[in-house]
Design a protein around this ligand. Structure first.
Ligand code: PLP
Length: 381
C-alpha cells in the first residue's frame, strides 16, 4: 500500500534492514556462484559523488560524456584497438542486444539469422525476440568450445553475424575466436565477441602466462565486443560495456533524441535516462587500478581456481566438468540436486541448474571461504 503519511528515516531504515536480512551479501563470502562482486570502495565513492549525472542527456553533462568516451577508449585499448565506439550500458545483456541490433541494421536480408554457440548467454534469446533475428545454434566440441566447422556449415545468405564467446557463462570457456575471425572475414560477416565476463580477465591472465586464445580486436574479423565492468571490473551494478570497431556500427543503432534539455543529440543505448555515475566509476577504476592492479586481482582469482579445482578432485564422487580456463570452476556429483539443496540450506549462494555447480572466483571470494565450502561439501557428499 502506498503510505499516506511518511515515516522517519530511522523507521524506514529499520524496516528495510529487517526485510533484507535474508539477502546474502558478497562480503560475507557466502556467494560463490555469481559473476558480480563487492564493488571496489573507490568506485562506490565515485557513484555517491556523481549520482545525479544522466548520460541519457549528454548535452547537460558534457564533461561526463567526455569521460565516458575516454572510458570506452581505454577499454578499446585493453582489447587491442586504438580508438573504439560504444557506451557504458546497463550490462552484458544490453551490450549483446546492441551488437545484434547493429549487425541486423547494417545487413540487407529479409530473414536475418545469427549463428551462435550452444553455450551462449540467454541475453541472445531476448535479442532474437526483440529484433526478430533467428538464432542458429552451433554445436560444441568435447572441450565445450564452439565447433567452428559447424558454424561454417550454418552460414547462409541470411546470416547477419556470428557470435563467439570469451568466457562462457557456465564454464568460462574461450571459443576459438581466431578461427571464427578468419571465417567471418572469408564470408564478409561481422563477428561479435561476448567477453562480458572474460574481458576483464583474459588480457591480464595472458600476461600472467596462462595460455588462452586471442579473442579481441587484434583479430580483424572481430567487429564488436561486450565487456562488463560490473563483473571482474569491480564497478557497481549497472556497468556493462559495448565497443564497436567502427563508428558506423554505433550509428546504425542511433536514433534522434530531439526533446532533451541539453539539446538535440542521438541516442544509441536501449535505456534513455542512464546513470552517468557508473560510467565515471568505470573510468575512475581503470585509472586507479591500472593494468597492473587488475592483473593482481586476476592473479589471485586464477590461482585460487587452480587450487580449488585440485581440492575438488580429491573428493570421491565429485568430478570437474572440465579443467578451468578462467577463474570459473564447475563440478558435478551424484545426487546433484540434493547436494545443491543441502549446500543452499547451509547458506551457500550457489545453483546447479545447468547440471553442475559453478563456482566463480570473484574478488570477494577468499581461500578461507572455499575451505569452509569444501568441508560442507565433503560432509554432504
Ligand atoms: C557471457 C555473458 N554474456 C552476457 C551476460 C549478461 O550480463 P548481464 O547479466 O550483466 O546483463 C552474462 C552474465 O552472466 C554472461 O556470462
Amino acid at each position: 500500500m502506498f503510505p499516506r503519511k511518511g515515516a522517519s528515516e530511522k523507521e524506514v531504515l529499520k524496516e528495510l534492514k529487517e526485510k533484507t536480512s535474508s539477502d546474502l551479501t558478497f562480503n560475507s563470502g557466502r556467494i560463490l556462484g555469481s559473476m558480480c562482486t563487492q564493488p571496489h570502495p573507490f568506485a562506490v565513492k565515485i557513484i555517491t559523488h556523481y549520482i545525479d549525472r544522466n548520460l541519457g542527456d549528454p548535452g547537460l553533462h558534457v564533461g561526463s560524456r567526455k569521460v565516458e568516451k575516454e572510458a570506452i577508449n581505454m577499454l578499446a585499448n585493453l582489447l587491442g584497438l586504438e580508438r573504439g565506439y560504444g557506451h557504458i550500458v546497463s550490462g552484458g545483456t544490453e551490450a549483446n542486444i546492441l551488437a545484434v541490433r547493429a549487425f541486423r541494421n547494417l545487413s540487407d536480408v529479409e530473414k536475418p539469422e545469427l549463428i551462435l554457440p550452444e553455450s551462449a548467454h540467454f541475453s541472445f534469446l531476448k535479442a532474437s525476440e526483440m529484433l526478430n533475428v533467428r538464432l542458429i545454434w552451433a554445436k560444441l566440441k568435447k572441450d565445450y568450445s564452439v565447433d567452428v566447422r559447424d558454424v561454417e556449415n550454418k552460414i547462409t545468405e541470411n546470416t547477419i553475424g556470428i557470435v563467439g564467446i570469451a568466457g562462457t557463462t557456465g564454464l568460462g570457456v574461450v571459443d576459438d575466436i581466431p578461427a571464427l575471425s578468419d571465417l567471418a572475414l572469408d564470408h564478409d560477416i561481422p563477428l561479435h565477441v561476448d567477453a562480458a565476463f572474460g574481458g576483464f580477465v583474459i588480457p591480464f591472465a595472458k600476461e600472467l602466462g596462462y595460455e588462452i586464445p586471442d579473442f579481441d580486436f587484434r583479430l580483424k574479423g572481430v567487429k564488436s565486443i561486450t565487456i562488463d565492468p560490473h563483473k571482474m571490473g569491480m564497478v557497481p551494478i549497472p556497468a556493462g560495456g559495448i565497443i564497436f570497431r567502427e563508428k558506423r556500427y554505433l550509428e546504425a543503432v542511433s536514433v534522434p533524441a530531439p526533446y532533451l534539455a541539453g539539446g538535440k543529440v542521438c541516442q544509441a543505448t536501449i535505456t534513455g535516462t542512464r546513470p552517468g555515475a557508473n560510467a565515471l566509476a568505470v573510468w575512475a577504476m581503470i585509472k586507479h587500478l591500472g593494468f597492473e592492479g587488475y592483473k593482481e586481482v586476476v592473479r589471485r582469482a586464477m590461482e585460487l581456481s587452480r587450487w580449488f579445482a585440485g581440492e575438488l578432485k580429491k573428493i570421491p564422487g565429485v568430478y570437474l566438468i572440465r579443467e578451468p580456463v578462467l577463474n570459473i570452476v564447475s563440478f558435478g556429483a551424484e545426487e546433484l540436486e540434493r547436494v545443491e539443496e543441502e549446500l543452499k540450506g547451509r547458506g551457500w549462494g550457489i545453483s546447479a541448474h545447468r547440471g553442475y555447480i559453478r563456482i566463480v572466483m570473484m574478488p570477494h571470494v577468499r581461500r578461507g571461504h572455499l575451505e569452509e565450502f569444501l568441508r560442507d561439501l565433503k560432509e554432504i557428499i
